[in-house]
Structure formats: C-alpha cells, structure tokens
Design a protein around this ligand. Structure first.
Ligand code: ABU
Length: 375
C-alpha cells in the first residue's frame, strides 16, 4: 500500500538540486480521468502524421486507465518499499473545458505526467507556464500537495510562473498542417523554427535538467527562448544553458534525449546528439556523454504521444541505482555495463498517459546540496 498522505513518517523537506542524488520523497502521477484533448496548435505539432491519435479526442478508455493506474500504483509501492516517501496528486475533472478570456478548448489532459508541470530547484517547486491550452489548469491536480508542503516545511517556496495567454499569436501557423512530413520538421528543428513563437515566456518543467548550480534547458516546441530567459531571471544564482537537439523532429521535453545518471556521466539519444559547440562545459569538466542503447520497441504503444525513446526516460534513485522500464532490455544491459544497479519497473502500458519513469514522477526531496559540477 502507498503511504497515506496524512501520516508522513518523517518531517517534510522540499529540497532537490539534481537528477541523481539519493531520492527520499517523490510525487508519482495518476492515470485517473486522463483525456485525449481536442486539436490545438501546440499539441498537434507533437502528434506524428501517421499517429493513431490524429483526429480523435475524449476520455481515454477505462480499461487503459485502470491498467495505467495499476502500473503506477505498483511503481509507487516499490518506491515506498525502498524507503522513498511517495505522494500522489488529486485528479481534477479533466472532462471540463479549459476556458479563459483568450481561448477555449473542450477538454483537459490529465494528472500525468507531473514532471512536465513541476520543477523542483532546492526548496522551491515552480509550476511551469505550459504551452498547451489543454494543460493550462493542470497545476490544480498538485495544489493539495503544494498546500501540504507549505504547511509542513517552513522553508518550502511554492512558486508559479506567469500564466501565459496562449492566444493564436503564440503559435506559428506553418505547424498547423497535418502534412508537414518528417524531412521538413527536421529542417525546421535544425533552423530552430518551432511551433511556439516568442510572444511570451513559455516552458514545460520537463525541458529542464538540474545539475546543481547549472540548469540545462531544451529550446523546442514546449519551451521558447523567452521561457528560458524567464528561468534565467528567476534563478539568478544559477547558470542557465540553452540546448538544442537538431535530430528530433518533435522536440518536446529533454528527458528522452539527455539523461544524466551520476556526476560525470550522461546518456544522449544517438538520433538527437548534442551539437559539438554545446558540449564545451561537459568536455572541460571531464564529463562523459555516451550514446544510449537502442529502444527494445520499434513503435510506441497505442494512443501514445511519446517516441520509442522513453527507453532512456529512467528514474535515478541514487548515483548507483536506476529504475529502467522492464521491457527495455538493451537499456538495462547498458546501465549494467555502466556500473549501475538496475531496478526493473513495468510501465509500458502507462506510457500513453504522457511518458516514462522520469516523466511520471516529480522530485520533492533528494539528499545533497547545491554543488558546482562545472566550475
Ligand atoms: N515526454 C518525453 C517525450 C519525449 C519523446 O517523445 O521522445
């Protein structure tokens, strides 16, 4: 059984500076009431032309929700057994439309995955702006937890980035066609021409990786340059680095592309290599960037937005231990060779709800302090 939220065994501490220090407290998402939202500009840009999701929307099938929840509950229980405190969000009604003075969309998304919405930096949890209209209210799934942390940890800083207006001016109309094709998309990615414009700051929390004093942020569909500039001004004691991965025709979220495992070691998606000119800080400080193993699957599961590269979307429990999806045998084998102990976790049938083991969690507390890994 997952630990009851009102009986914490230890005092609540919000503190996490990187992706690998020993994990002590985490949020795991839920598949409850997840929807496929109706068409909208930023969401459509991520859906491949041949996807089974094109043209359909509504509540996801109940049997898929039940199976997703079963896997997420098992994952949460495994973490609890390993001594990690686990909290879960309270699902809002995602069938309700999202309406503001600036836009209207008929339904919302879900309370998966938390990593997209919540960015933990030290004792702060920051709600991202998001860039999909259907995800504008998603932070509400996590507000009961934010309120609890605020009551229980006197040092907790609950922050929310400025809510964007998400008018049509936020999206390049060129991306509205459903006949763009991968070649054109790759050319646009190379030119850094993404679906979101520079109308206002936009970012998803899952575009950010934390390396102590350094934050590495992917510029792509869900995070624009103004969003990165906003993060730079918001975290004045950090160095904020913009990265691009030109081989990705659908660039959202950095965590199936660039995966730090421990100080000095990062996995990089071999189809989305970090350009040479962006590698200097790693090279200068003796970090190794190795190609991730190939995914075990050649297609994502049904009704899934993500690519097969969720194979490398792993959750590091400490610098020697990593959770890898059970069917991703090549990724597990590579982790073993890299000296990591692998914890197998079955999650593939929950991928459709928004991602893998890293995506479906958000850090609350990892041991350790803010280190400078790139002095
Ligand atoms: N949320 C991570 C998805 C990235 C990918 O589709 O490769």
């Amino acid at each position: 059984m997952t630990q009851k939220p009102d009986t914490p065994a230890e005092p609540t501490i919000v503190n996490s500076w990187n992706e690998w220090d020993p994990l002590r407290h985490v949020i795991v998402g839920r598949a409850d009431d997840c929807h496929i939202p109706p068409e909208e500009p930023a969401l459509d840009a991520k859906v491949p032309e041949n996807s089974d999701m094109r043209g359909q929307w509504g509540r996801r099938p109940q049997e898929m929700i039940d199976r997703g929840n079963e896997l997420l509950d098992n994952f949460a229980d495994m973490l609890v057994k390993r001594g990690v405190r686990v909290d879960r969000p309270d699902s809002i009604d995602h069938s309700l439309p999202a309406t503001t003075p600036d836009f209207h969309t008929e339904s919302q998304f879900g309370c998966m995955p938390p990593r997209d919405v919540l960015l933990t930096v030290g004792s702060e949890m920051l709600e991202a702006t998001m860039s999909y209209r259907c995800r504008w209210f998603e932070y509400l799934n996590y507000r009961p937890l934010m309120q609890r942390y605020f009551n229980e940890d006197p040092n907790f800083r609950h922050e929310s980035a400025p809510k964007p207006r998400l008018t049509d001016a936020d999206y390049h109309p060129d991306y509205l066609s459903d006949k763009i094709g991968v070649e054109k998309r790759l050319q646009w990615a190379e030119e850094k021409f993404f679906v979101t414009t520079e109308e206002e700051p936009l970012f998803d929390a899952a575009d950010v990786l934390r390396f102590g004093r350094d934050l590495v942020v992917q510029h792509g569909f869900t995070t624009n340059l103004k969003g990165i500039e906003w993060l730079r001004r918001h975290f004045p004691d950090h160095r904020v680095h913009t990265v691009n991965f030109p081989g990705d025709p659908y660039p959202i979220h950095i965590d199936a592309t660039f995966t730090p495992l421990r100080p000095g070691l990062i996995l990089n998606n071999p189809q989305r290599r970090l350009p040479e000119e962006q590698r200097k800080m790693y090279n200068d400080n003796g970090w190794e960037i190795v190609d991730a193993a190939q995914p075990a699957h050649n297609a994502p599961p049904p009704l899934c937005y993500s690519s097969t590269w969720l194979s490398m979307n792993v959750l590091v429990l400490d610098p020697k231990t990593v959770c890898v999806e059970k069917s991703e045998v090549y990724q597990a084998e590579q982790m073993d060779k890299l000296g990591m102990n692998v914890v197998e976790v079955e999650l593939r049938d929950a991928y459709a709800f928004g991602g893998g083991l890293h995506c479906c969690t958000a850090d609350v507390y990892r041991e350790g302090d803010c280190e400078d890994y790139f002095p």
